[in-house]
Design a binder for this molecule. Structure first.
Ligand code: AMP
Length: 361
């Protein structure tokens, strides 16, 4: 059943994804209640209410659950027990099972491979000797990653010709890891699919993502890839969303190989940095689509009315805000963060231009 406007959406996590979700929710007449351990979070600055408490505070979680009509996440690394506790009291969308798979790189890779969807070659690693064997099999370079809590390249060690195996194992810093073969990709792309309570789905155009020091720097919409490849990428995201029985959004990051194939890197069951361009270039943006899905509303049109390039403003980049405002093609989005630490996402800028024929590399 659809939650009518006027209802309160509980959002776990207080970052910029929650902030932009709360703005979209307000446009449709909903209130948002943010649950975050952080004081003065980007999301709580624009929300109706905030609970400031730890992600494992059972009492605070129960009070929060009773104050909202649905719970969703802008941050998925929440303890299992907390999600279960919330789900006993209020609908949680996407479900605990979706979050659980997305939290763990091994479960995620098994999930895709079981669907017949290719990933980079990978192996579970539980110690330095297993790592040495796997590196010998995969060849160098390869990448050792933690299975949990990795983002923006954190918890990753690239193993090159002169990397010491014991040292790499220590640097990864966890008791289980996953070794991945290094993909010499032509391009990185991502696809964001929305799936509603009734199983209806809608997908944004695949985009190209360029990273600098493992952090997303630029998203180009649409990705300059042949239509056949774009359709294949959408089919992968849709198949994953169906298999998960997803209600909400799913962002799937993929590598385009030099042979023109697709390998899934990872997924996130929430709005995604590579979807920020949709605010300024699509009929319905990813945040509104997210709100529609979790509230059981009909999905909106994901149609792209303009081509777009989104750049993240990271750390000191944000000091250019005045200059950006002088550019008539630029739309500036700032997240209300006061301290511009290196690597911290402070905002983004989207430049749109009339929709042209798909440029293909
Ligand atoms: P991740 O945290 O898995 O999203 O990785 C962050 C970035 O590291 C990716 O967007 C890629 O640019 C790079 N990367 C991750 N895994 C691989 C891989 N197996 N081969 C080549 N590059 C990778």
């Amino acid at each position: 059943m659809a939650l009518p406007p006027g209802s309160t959406i509980g959002i776990v996590g207080g970052g910029q994804l929650g902030r932009m979700t709360a703005i979209a929710a307000a446009r449709l007449g909903y209130r948002c209640h943010i649950y975050t351990p952080e004081d003065d979070s980007p999301a709580s600055q624009v929300a109706d209410r905030t609970t400031v408490a730890a992600y494992d505070d059972a009492v605070a979680l129960a009070v929060f659950a009773d104050a909202v009509q649905v719970v969703t996440f802008e941050f998925e690394n929440v303890p299992d027990e907390s999600v279960r506790l919330l789900a006993q009291r209020v609908p949680v969308r996407p479900s605990w099972n979706v979050l659980r798979i997305a939290q763990d790189r091994l479960d995620e890779k098994r999930f895709f491979n079981d669907l017949g969807i290719a990933t980079a070659p990978w192996r579970e690693i539980t110690g330095a000797s297993g790592l040495a064997e796997a590196v010998a099999d995969f060849g160098r370079p390869c990448i050792l990653k933690t299975t949990r809590l990795g983002y923006d390249g954190k918890g990753q060690v690239k193993i090159t010709a002169d990397t010491d195996i014991d040292d790499a194992w220590r640097r990864m810093g966890a008791s289980v890891g996953v070794l991945e073969g290094f993909v010499d990709f032509a391009m990185e792309i991502s696809v964001i699919v929305a799936r509603g309570l009734d199983g209806a789905w809608a997908c944004f155009d695949p985009v190209e993502n360029r990273h600098v020091r493992h952090i997303l720097d630029t998203t180009i919409a649409p990705a300059p890839i042949p239509a056949r490849l774009a359709e294949a990428a959408v089919a992968i995201a849709h198949r994953a969303a169906e298999a998960l029985d997803l209600v909400g959004l799913l962002a799937v990051e993929m590598f385009v190989t030099r042979e023109g194939g697709l390998l899934v890197n990872e997924m996130a069951p929430r709005p995604h940095n590579s979807g920020h361009w949709t605010i300024d270039a699509c009929v319905t943006d990813q945040f509104e689509q997210f709100v529609r899905a979790v509230c059981g509303l009909p999905l909106g049109s994901p149609e792209r009315h303009s081509d777009a390039e989104m750049r993240n403003l990271i750390g000191d980049d944000f000091e250019d805000w005045h200059q950006i405002l002088l550019d008539p093609a630029a739309k500036l989005h700032l997240y209300g963060k006061t301290e511009a630490r290196p690597g911290r996402k402070m905002g983004h800028v989207t430049r749109i231009r009339p929709k042209g024929p798909r440029a293909v590399i």
